[in-house]
Write a protein that binds this ligand. Structure first.
Ligand code: PHE
Length: 330
């Protein structure tokens, strides 16, 4: 039996030691066998043999405990060494991320209007006909519904085609005066060089007592806003039509690619259309239950602003997630 002590002392790993433990101290191990043999020892020999056996057991235990402590210590040292962190090791500086140009442009637009105390309102992307069309003076027989190719759900709900329903929701929730913008995603069934099925708009709405909000106010704020966004450009208001505003206008800036001389981007007109606006149509106020008020509203496409500000030629490149494009905006 003594050779087991030798074996224990020569183990090199905790796994090996565990195997030995089972072989020596286990239920069917060497010690158990040795003790079992006591039965066949003559009565007068028994005390002596038993004493020797117990002594041996004690020695084996001691050898085992000693070895275990030793091996555990060794493994710990090994782990500490392999898991050590070298704080002086060279690592390349982490690359900082950046906002996507559309979100960055959105933030700049929001900042302009919040600085003028406009509140930021949001609404659901899945809208109903009432908020997206009807309350905006677009009854279902109205030809202008064709202007907006709508994604419909089976239950009659739809993906909002513009941020204008947020005007309706805000007015139905609050009493005038209102001074709000509504940034967010909108959806239309359109996909080509200049259209993506999802894009972003910022809506603006100002409502106060009748006579307190005029087209002059609208003109002033949009001119100032466009100069803030595009710098020293000419701004012009062109009569236009929207069902929810009367009178309505589309707003152009002088082409920032050719300074108004005429180029391919502006179709040789010298002008770029950047937003739609007008005085809120009385039918809209009626739909939300507002009386004796006047107001202006405007809406713009954020992607268009981002493309013009950063001179990005293809709208689709904004949504391809190509790092070569995105890295230029860090
Ligand atoms: N909702 C219009 C659009 O999506 C933009 C607009 C908003 C025009 C508010 C006038 C007033 O095209």
């Amino acid at each position: 039996m003594e050779h087991w002590i030798d074996k224990i002392e020569k183990t090199h790993s905790l796994e090996e030691l565990e195997e030995l433990r089972v072989m020596v101290f286990g239920k069917k191990g060497e010690l158990a066998k040795a003790f079992a043999k006591m039965k066949s020892v003559a009565a007068e020999e028994k005390p002596k043999v038993a004493k020797e056996l117990n002594l041996l057991k004690q020695k084996l235990m001691e050898a085992y405990e000693k070895k275990r402590a030793e091996l555990e210590e060794m493994e710990l040292l090994k782990r500490l060494k392999s898991e050590a962190i070298d704080v002086s090791l060279y690592t390349p500086a982490a690359q900082s991320g950046a906002l996507h140009p559309v979100m960055h442009t959105m933030d700049r637009i929001i900042e302009y209007f919040t600085d003028l105390n406009f509140a930021v309102e949001t609404g659901p992307l899945v809208e109903d006909e009432f908020h997206n069309f009807e309350a905006l003076n677009l009854p279902d027989y109205h030809p202008a519904r064709d202007m907006q190719d709508t994604f419909y759900f089976r239950d009659g709900k739809l993906l909002r085609t513009h941020t204008s329903p947020v005007q309706i929701r805000t007015m139905m929730r609050q009493k005038p005066p209102i001074r709000m913008i509504s940034p967010g995603a909108v959806f239309r069934r359109d996909f080509d060089l200049t259209h993506t099925p999802q894009f972003h708009q910022v809506e603006g709405l100002m409502v106060d007592e009748k006579g307190r909000v005029s087209f002059a106010n609208l003109k002033w704020i949009l001119e100032d806003f466009l100069h803030t966004m595009f710098g020293d450009v000419d701004v012009r208001f062109r009569p236009s039509f929207f069902p929810f505003t009367e009178p309505s206008a589309e707003v152009d800036i002088s082409c920032i690619f050719c300074s108004g001389k005429g180029c391919r981007v502006c179709s040789h007109t010298g002008w770029l259309e950047v937003l739609g606006c007008g005085m809120v149509d009385p039918n809209v106020f009626e739909a939300v239950g507002y009386k004796d008020v006047s107001g202006y509203a405007f809406g713009l496409g954020v992607e268009r602003f981002a493309m013009l500000i950063h001179k990005i030629p293809d709208l689709r490149s904004l949504f391809e997630g190509d790092l070569r494009l995105l890295e230029q905006f860090r």
